[in-house]
Design a protein around this ligand. Structure first.
Ligand SMILES: Cc1cc2nc3c(=O)[nH]c(=O)nc-3n(C[C@H](O)[C@H](O)[C@H](O)COP(=O)(O)OP(=O)(O)OC[C@H]3O[C@@H](n4cnc5c(N)ncnc54)[C@H](O)[C@@H]3O)c2cc1C
Length: 555
């Protein structure tokens, strides 16, 4: 029994393989798909592997008709965290019985199962769930009367994306790649004129001892961003930036002790994160590093505006730009949304809207109830004579980039006011932190006031908002995310806080997959952690979040 004997007549076909192994079986499957003139329009492959860090890894493919998800998790965990319709399942060497129910939940009617090495108990359990085996063979066909997971209806592939920063440009790119016609609306004449307008943003993962949800999400986003940027043409090639590495110095001895304990668990691949004791960190940096630090060799910096431009360049003819539109508002018109500029003129109409308006979302009627905050940040720009020249990005409670086009960026402040002007006091703060970072009390002495002010859009839990926006006014007494009423066709990509560079690619891919009803590039528990409706449930439960502190947020 082979997938290619079964996939004809399917528009989208999803294969699940328990063992990616060396990838040769998957490569052969893709080859068979390419060779078949009656192939499904889209082939989605989900395969388990032991060779990657825990979680789902979407591996961008040159051909947008193929999606490959590698999942590093035990079989039953992987299935329980999956939201997919499996058409073909290969189970070689499955262990235990816990996988049987989640597998049946995900299998489509008439799905094919191919297996070797199942024991009698496993066959019986699979049969009890609806897998009808062909004689003594390991091949089975799935059949059940139980209701199946609902399918997302075929979308009308037209969307308005509101906001041309990192979030909106990534959304436009992922939707255009799926054949959507996208109108990107922006109040400014160009991309990246608000939070995404900094000369340099840094990218790096986050570590924790308990591998908590923010850590897992950040890891998934970071790794996906690195792959997506490679696909886009490469950091420093398709857009400005450098994968020069990030050295995150330890704050103090207790921070270093926790870091050392994480390192000693030996779970982190050295190309992802390497703990450096003080002599090694000092040698790398050429400066004192008394408590040591983490080296993220694949981390670095990028100019967000150039990332936005590269993303839009990848969209091709499906993208329409409506820039310089002034303050745009949204209103419902039948099954569509209308976007109107400040003068009331219609600048776009579509059934789907992606709100990627950053801190601006606080002033739009449909998102004003979301608990979003604008956090002012001032970055300081230093000419070469005022800044130490570093081989990599250095950070702790602040960051310092290597010089690019004659400017070193040192930042950034976290302020609660909304003053858009550069302030000497904010620059003093940046310089004080910089001096601590490079152990030089004279660093940046006399540097003129220079830099940029931006406003991060931050949610109380510091995590992004990805998905359909809740309708607070209709929420009532809901207890579960799936019961929260939503604005029809209105989706958010908001709250990227201090990690917009890495959130943008994964969040856009997640939203595009949700709109298409595809398997998602993240575990369900992580998808739920990003659901904008989480704040409806939290508001009902009366949970409170502390206001942001430096240590919560990327330096
Ligand atoms: C000082 C500072 C330092 C930072 N450092 C880093 C870093 O080192 N690494 C990192 O990854 N991230 C960093 N960030 C965060 C990062 O810049 C943001 O997370 C990211 O840029 C957010 O992108 P966005 O597209 O969501 O928002 P934005 O870039 O703000 O884009 C939103 C767009 O929507 C438009 N818009 C809003 N409302 C309307 C409306 N009604 N009509 C028309 N248009 C509208 C706006 O004009 C804007 O262009 C930093 C941010 C700041 C402020």
């Amino acid at each position: 029994m082979r997938a290619q004997d079964h996939w004809r007549g399917h528009a989208r076909y999803t294969v699940f393989d328990l063992d990616y192994a060396d990838g040769e079986r998957i490569a052969a499957l893709i080859e068979a798909w390419r060779a078949d003139p009656q192939r499904p329009a889209h082939l989605h492959i989900i395969a388990l592997t032991a060779s990657l860090q825990p979680g789902v890894h979407r591996i961008p493919q040159p051909d947008a008709s193929i999606t490959l998800d590698l999942v590093a998790a035990p079989l039953e965990t992987a299935l329980a965290e999956l939201n997919a319709h499996l058409d073909f399942i290969r189970l070689d060497g499955a262990e235990g019985l816990d996988f049987v129910r989640p597998l049946a939940r995900l299998s489509t009617l008439d799905a094919r199962l191919v297996s070797t090495g199942l024991d009698a108990g496993q066959r019986a359990a699979l049969a009890a769930q609806g897998f009808v085996f062909e004689g003594e063979s390991g091949n089975a066909v799935f059949s059940t009367r139980k209701p199946r997971l609902p399918r997302t209806p075929e979308p009308i592939r037209r969307a308005l994306v509101l906001g041309a920063g990192l979030a909106g440009c990534a959304a436009a790119a992922r939707l255009c790649a799926r054949g959507w016609d996208v109108t990107l609306i922006e109040r400014h004449p160009q991309v990246a004129m608000e939070a995404s307008g900094n000369l340099a943003g840094i990218f790096m993962p986050l570590l924790s001892r308990d591998d908590n949800i923010p850590t897992r999400l950040t890891r998934g986003a970071y790794l996906y961003a690195l792959r997506a940027w490679e696909q886009l043409g490469g950091i420093g090639r398709a857009f400005d930036g450098a994968q020069c590495g990030v050295l995150q110095l330890s704050r103090d001895a207790s921070h270093a002790a926790v870091s050392r304990a994480i390192a000693q668990e030996g779970k982190l691949p050295p190309d992802f994160a390497r703990w450096l004791e003080p002599p090694d960190a000092e040698q790398l940096l050429g400066l004192p590093a008394p408590e040591g630090g983490w080296l993220f060799p694949q981390g670095g910096w990028a100019r967000p505006g150039s990332v936005c431009e590269a993303l839009l360049a990848s969209c091709g003819a499906r993208l329409t730009r409506r820039f310089d539109a002034g303050q745009v508002s949204l209103e419902r018109a039948g099954d569509d949304w209308l976007a109107r500029d400040a003068a009331g003129a219609i600048v776009g109409q579509a059934p789907t809207v992606v709100l990627a308006s950053g801190a601006g979302a606080r002033h739009m009627a449909q998102s004003a109830d979301l608990p979003l905050q604008a956090l002012r940040g001032q970055v300081t720009h230093l000419a070469p004579e005022y800044a130490p020249q570093l081989p990599l990005v250095l950070c702790r409670e602040a960051y310092l980039t290597p010089s690019a086009s004659g400017v070193t960026c040192a930042g950034a402040t976290y302020d609660l006011d909304e003053d858009p002007q550069l302030r000497a006091a904010s620059q003093d703060e940046n310089v004080a932190r910089l001096r601590g970072l490079v152990s030089d009390p004279q660093a940046a002495e006399g540097a003129p006031l220079a830099g940029r002010v931006g406003f991060r859009c931050v949610a109380p839990d510091r995590l992004p908002l990805v998905g359909r926006l809740p309708d607070f006014s209709a929420a009532g007494a809901t207890e579960r995310l799936r019961d929260v009423p939503r604005h029809p066709g209105l989706h958010g990509l908001l709250g990227y806080a201090s990690r917009g560079l890495i959130w943008a690619p994964l969040a856009a891919e997640l939203l595009a997959a949700q709109l298409e009803g595809e398997p998602l590039p993240l575990e369900m528990s992580l998808v739920d952690a990003l659901d904008p409706a989480r704040f409806v449930l939290r508001a009902r439960r009366g949970s409170r979040h502390p206001s942001p502190t430096e240590s919560d947020i990327q330096p």
